[in-house]
Design a protein around this ligand. Structure first.
Ligand code: IMP
Length: 439
């Protein structure tokens, strides 16, 4: 069986967790390649809503092996808690959960620094304050602590000392914060490392060996393309490579091992944190933005923040299609639009006095912030779709909407979600996904 990547096509929170959970039983392995506890993947299993931070969403399929790759950053205490929660829910991890020895560790000073930076108005990104940026910063400046370092207390202490005495500690002290005592920080990380040790492995070696033996792997992205460090709305981005390209570096897997790429997008748009969002609808308590938020329960899984909501941005999603070369797209939360008489899609932007038209996402932040949406309006379907289970039973206007999205973003809509449950996903018969992966 071929290997498949599942990647966010918008600003994160597209519902990737649910899609991965849906597809996971077709794959022997699910592997996550970037980010850390900034992600909040939600999966509904047998009516129970389960939120994951680090662990790949395939974990709720008992026979599936799950891998956390070298491209990830880990909060050790939160990860241990998450492991306990997953196991307590009846999904034992022994022998099927593998953590890269090259993944980086989020130490408490890194989370403190994230919070400190967010407290300063000129540096505010609206991060999840989980220490993601400072940990990737330490990695890039070759100061980071890796999972392999957790096995040796002396090595660990030396590295933690350099962090506390280096730029991270210095910035904290300048901001009036105490980075903590290196010995105690190292000890706590060492103790957590001992608990995680049974799961630690050279995961690139394992993945490649399993693939050589015929296993198929689902590569699970976190966040979304518009939050990618290189291609997102910089500096309002996360600090990792969220596109499909990131999976090769983040797992130690060659590009030729990736046989298909599924983009995941909501049927409308949401964003948490600051940064440009041309189709945002900030139109008051009775406006469309608030209706989308209420109907879609659009509050952050990690931070509980209300998400910014707006119409589908086909410019941004077409940009994501180009960067990831999606073979197909899964459109989630279609049912949220069931109530609307008219549905709009942002098909271009205009900027400046003369309304210069842009058909792609600009690099300049000032230009991106000045973008105004150009909409096309489509008729709604005003029908409850949550009970629909076959593509052909979707209302004609809903199918027309999905076809319009596919045409404007340049990728076929292969799956649609009409509710949070596993059963509420409909695969388009004859689509690339159905043909290639037998879904
Ligand atoms: P960080 O990843 O915590 O550094 O946050 C950087 C930006 O990415 C902020 O705008 C966050 O709101 C956003 N972000 C990070 N993780 C997620 C996610 O899983 N879903 C949606 N937005 C996210």
């Amino acid at each position: 069986m071929p290997n498949l990547a599942v990647v966010g096509a918008q600003w994160g929170d597209e519902g990737k967790g649910k899609v991965v959970d849906l597809l996971a039983d077709r794959f022997q392995v699910v592997a996550r390649y970037q980010g850390g506890p900034n992600a909040g993947h939600t999966v509904v299993v047998d009516g129970t809503r389960r939120a994951l931070r680090h662990i790949p969403s395939g974990v709720f399929r008992p026979g599936t092996r799950v891998v956390m790759g070298n491209g990830m950053v880990l909060d050790l205490d939160k990860l241990l808690l998450e492991i306990d929660e997953v196991e307590a829910a009846g999904f034992p991890l022994g022998g099927r959960f593998f953590l890269s020895d090259r993944a980086h560790v989020i130490l408490p000073p890194m989370a403190q620094l994230d919070a400190l930076a967010e407290a300063s108005p000129d540096r505010k990104i609206g991060t999840t304050q989980r220490g993601i940026g400072p940990t990737y910063e330490a990695k890039a400046s070759r100061q980071g602590v890796r999972v392999a370092d957790l096995a040796d207390l002396d090595v660990l202490r030396g590295k933690v000392e350099r962090i506390v005495q280096g730029p991270i500690g210095r910035r904290l002290r300048e901001g009036g914060m105490d980075p903590g005592e290196p010995g105690a920080l190292a000890r706590a990380a060492f103790d957590a490392g001992r608990k995680l040790a049974p799961h630690v492995a050279d995961t690139s070696l394992l993945l490649n060996r399993w693939m050589d033996e015929g296993a198929s792997v689902l590569f699970e992205g976190a966040q979304g393309t518009m939050l990618d460090l290189d291609h997102g709305s910089y500096p309002y981005v996360t600090s990792s490579s969220t596109t499909a390209a990131g999976l090769c570096a983040g797992l130690g897997v060659a590009p030729t091992r990736v046989h298909g790429i599924l983009g995941v997008s909501k049927a409308y748009a949401t964003r948490v944190g600051a940064g440009p969002m041309p189709s945002e609808l900030d139109d008051g308590p009775d406006g469309v933005g608030e209706r989308l938020r209420q109907r879609g329960r659009e509050y952050g899984t990690v931070t509980g923040r209300p998400r910014r909501c707006g119409w589908f941005d086909a410019v941004a999603t077409a940009y994501a299609t180009r960067l990831n070369r999606f073979d197909g797209v899964c459109v989630t939360l279609l049912d949220v639009l069931d109530a609307f008489e008219e549905i709009r899609v942002c098909v271009a932007y205009t900027v400046g006095e003369g309304g210069r038209r842009l058909d792609s996402v600009p690099a300049s932040l000032a230009e991106a912030e000045a973008c105004r949406p150009v909409y096309e309006t489509l008729p709604g379907w005003r029908t409850d779709t949550t009970g629909v289970r076959r593509w052909e039973d979707l209302p004609a206007n809903a199918r027309a909407y999905l076809d319009f999205l596919g045409a404007t973003i340049g990728a076929e809509v292969a799956v649609v979600g009409v509710g949070p449950d596993r059963t509420q996903s409909i695969v388009r018969p004859g689509s690339w996904l159905a043909r290639t992966f037998g879904v």
